[in-house]
Design a binder for this molecule. Structure first.
Ligand code: CIR
Length: 252
C-alpha cells in the first residue's frame, strides 16, 4: 500500500511565500479542514496516511512535495529555493529514511520538488526561480546509478514546473501550453487544460484515481470524458498560498 506523507497546515500559513498572486488573508482553520478532506481523498485512492508532526514555525510546511523527490530506488532531499523553507526538510528526511536510501542536494544547489516531473526514466526539471542548474546537476548525479536522465525544461508565469504540467499516467501529460512549451517533452502525449482554467494542470494521480481540484470544472469534464476517475477536492484556501493538489503530499 502506498504511504502518503503529509503535514498539518501551520497556523502561520498567512505568512507563506508568494510569487505570482497577491496576498490575501488565509483562514488557517478552513485551510486545515480542506487539508483533512485532501487526506481523505488520498486514503480513498488507497494510501496509508503518515502525518508528520506539526511545524508551526514553517508557514509553508504543509507543502511537503517541495522537500523531497521520491523514486523507487532512492529519495533525494531537496534544498528549497526559498530560504524560509530550508528548515522543512529535516523532519521529512527522518521519515523518508525509513522507506528509501537518501541523497541530499547541497549548496549552491537549489531544488523544489514541485519543479520535478518524472516520466519513466526521464526526469524533467524546471529550472528558474526556485530550482537551479546546480540542483538539477546534483539530482542527475544521485540518479545516475539507476539509469534516469535529467532533462532541463522551462516554465514561465507560474511557480513551479508542476503548476504547468503533471503526469496523468504512462506518458500522457496534463498541460497548460501557455506556461510551458509541450515541445520540451518529446515522446509524450498531451491533454491541454481549458484555456479559462490556467491553474488546471496540477493533478495528482494515485493508483487509478486522479485527485483534482473542484475549482477547475471545465478541465475536469475533459478528464472525465477521457475516462479518468476523479476524486475532487476543494483546496481553494490553500490556493491562496499558491498550493495545489500535488504539493500537499509525498507518495512513497
Ligand atoms: C511557496 O511559495 O513555496 C508556497 N507558498 C507554495 C508551494 C507550493 N508547492 C508546490 O506547488 N509544489
Amino acid at each position: 500500500m502506498p504511504v502518503a506523507i503529509t503535514r498539518p497546515v501551520s497556523p502561520s500559513i498567512g505568512r507563506c511565500e508568494l510569487t505570482h498572486i497577491a496576498r490575501e488573508p488565509i483562514d488557517a482553520e478552513h485551510a486545515a479542514s480542506q487539508h483533512r478532506q485532501y487526506e481523505m481523498a488520498l486514503a480513498e485512492a488507497g494510501c496509508e496516511i503518515f502525518r508528520l508532526p506539526e511545524a508551526p514555525e514553517f508557514p509553508d510546511g504543509v507543502f511537503v512535495e517541495d522537500t523531497a523527490v521520491v523514486f523507487d530506488e532512492i529519495a533525494v532531499m531537496t534544498r528549497p529555493g526559498a530560504e524560509s523553507r530550508r528548515g522543512e526538510t529535516g523532519s521529512v528526511a527522518a521519515v523518508l529514511g525509513n522507506y528509501r536510501q537518501l541523497a541530499h542536494i547541497q549548496a549552491p544547489g537549489t531544488l523544489d520538488g514541485g519543479d520535478v516531473l518524472t516520466v519513466g526514466r526521464r526526469v524533467f526539471v524546471g529550472v528558474g526561480r526556485r530550482s537551479n542548474a546546480s540542483g538539477a546537476g546534483q539530482l542527475q548525479e544521485a540518479l545516475q546509478p539507476f539509469g534516469y536522465e535529467v532533462v532541463l525544461v522551462e516554465a514561465h508565469d507560474c511557480l513551479h514546473l508542476k503548476s504547468a504540467v503533471t503526469r496523468l499516467g504512462g506518458t500522457t501529460l496534463l498541460i497548460n501550453p501557455d506556461w510551458t512549451d509541450p515541445g520540451q517533452f518529446a515522446g509524450c502525449e498531451f491533454l491541454s487544460v481549458d484555456p479559462m482554467e490556467p491553474f488546471a494542470a496540477n493533478a495528482l494521480m494515485v493508483r487509478d484515481a486522479l485527485i483534482y481540484p473542484t475549482t477547475c470544472p471545465r478541465t475536469r469534464k475533459l478528464l472525465e470524458g477521457r475516462g479518468y476517475k476523479i476524486l475532487a477536492v476543494d483546496l481553494s484556501e490553500l490556493a491562496r498560498a499558491e498550493g495545489a493538489v500535488t504539493c500537499c503530499s509525498l507518495v512513497v
